[in-house]
Design a protein around this ligand. Structure first.
Ligand SMILES: Nc1ncnc2c1ncn2[C@@H]1O[C@H](COP(=O)(O)OP(=O)(O)OP(=O)(O)O)[C@@H](O)[C@H]1O
Ligand SMILES: [Mg+2]
Length: 351
């Protein structure tokens, strides 16, 4: 019985020993073949107790030059050690991560590394394991991406600037063509066309000023648009009160342009038709996001209202036909017209 137990004990011991040996081999293999630098430090003294081949190659020091040295004796880590505070951090924090650390190699050039350290116990002795990953290529790629992003931004800014300038040239050409025409109908057609072009040019101007050159803050845009319309129609602010309530919403160019055109048509109509003669009144413009990314635009006046028998869907004029087709066909939205006590448009569409 004893013999058997003894034998079992011996074979259990040797099995334990064998598995320990196997695990040591496994650990060594991982350590030796790792494609990250690994440094083992004595947590109490800060001395290097082991270093893997990858780190030796990365830093250019021989194993002998590294082993037994304190971390800060090696030029490479002078930055980490800048003060012993850093080592204290490694000792006390259990886990330390430097995202981008410049390490100096033996031949004096710098590499960017990600440095992660963990403290753990080995036979009641505290050990610091530092994993060091060369991120020079990643940093280089990031710099390239950043540079090409900057280039893209300046190209976009330049593009919007040129589009805006070209649109201004078109309005000037129309002005030249209009010359000294006395025909009021011709003058109106030209003026309306110039205004519509200006509405689009203003979007490009705002895109130049924006952060990403792709979207604009509609509240700033509408504010400028209203000011230019008030000026163009010589609106008497004593006669017509203008109230606006526009929330800050960022809109992409393909939404901002139709929005601008719609607001331009409806506001210019209110300025032109709602308050003939001495009639006084109020125009209210509101723009806001309502549930589920739906934009709501309301343009309302308490003027004379549409002529009797007017049908929004049968108008031969350009302005309102443009509003209806832009909203319903281009933006897939809805137009509601309330003609009680003036003209009240409510427009909704998904952005
Ligand atoms: N807010 C309003 N109050 C009173 N009448 C209006 C109002 N808006 C439009 N109308 C009437 O509806 C008509 C059609 O408007 P619409 O904007 O389609 O054309 P327009 O302004 O005459 O020309 P344009 O094509 O240059 O816009 C106007 O001529 C005007 O009689
Ligand atoms: Mg009109």
């Amino acid at each position: 019985m004893n013999k058997i137990m003894g034998q079992t004990g011996v074979s259990g011991y040797s099995r334990g020993w064998a598995s320990l040996e196997a695990s040591e081999i496994r650990y060594r293999r991982l350590f030796e073949s790792a494609q990250d630098g690994i440094l083992i430090l004595d947590a109490d003294t800060g001395k290097i107790t082991d270093v893997n081949p990858f780190l030796i190659k990365m830093l250019g020091y021989s194993k002998e030059e590294l082993l037994g040295k304190e971390l800060w004796e090696i030029g490479t880590f002078k930055d980490i050690r800048a003060s012993q505070k850093s080592f204290l951090e490694l000792q006390t924090k259990k886990y330390v991560r430097y995202e981008d650390l410049p390490l100096k190699t033996k031949d004096g050039h710098f590499i960017n590394v990600e440095f992660v350290s963990n403290v753990y116990l080995v036979n009641h002795h505290r050990v610091i394991q530092c994993n060091i990953r060369d991120i020079t290529d990643r940093r280089r790629a990031e710099k390239l991406v950043l540079r090409s992003l900057k280039e893209k931004e300046s190209l976009l800014r330049e593009l919007h600037h040129r589009v805006k300038n070209n649109l201004q040239i078109i309005t000037s050409l129309l002005q030249l063509k209009l010359g000294n025409s006395k025909n009021i109908e011709v003058i109106n057609v030209f003026k309306q066309t110039q205004e519509r072009i200006r509405v689009i040019a203003l979007v490009h101007e705002k895109l130049c000023e924006g952060k990403d050159f792709m979207s604009i803050d509609i509240s700033c845009y509408v504010r400028d648009l209203i000011n230019s319309l008030l000026l163009a129609y010589g609106v008497d602010r004593g006669k017509i009160t203008m109230k606006t309530n526009v929330t800050k919403v960022l809109l992409k160019m393909d939404i901002a342009v139709p929005c601008g055109l719609i607001i331009n048509e409806l506001l210019s109509n209110s300025f032109k038709y709602a308050f003939p003669g001495e009639r006084r009144g109020k125009i209210i413009l509101s723009l806001r996001l309502i549930n589920k990314g739906t934009l709501e635009i309301k343009v309302s006046d308490d003027g004379i209202g549409f002529p009797k028998g007017f049908d929004l869907y049968k108008t031969k004029t350009v302005g309102l036909a443009l509003v209806v087709s832009t909203i319903e066909n281009q933006l897939g939205g809805k137009v509601k017209l309330n003609r009680v006590g003036g003209t009240h448009f409510r427009i909704t569409f998904k952005i």
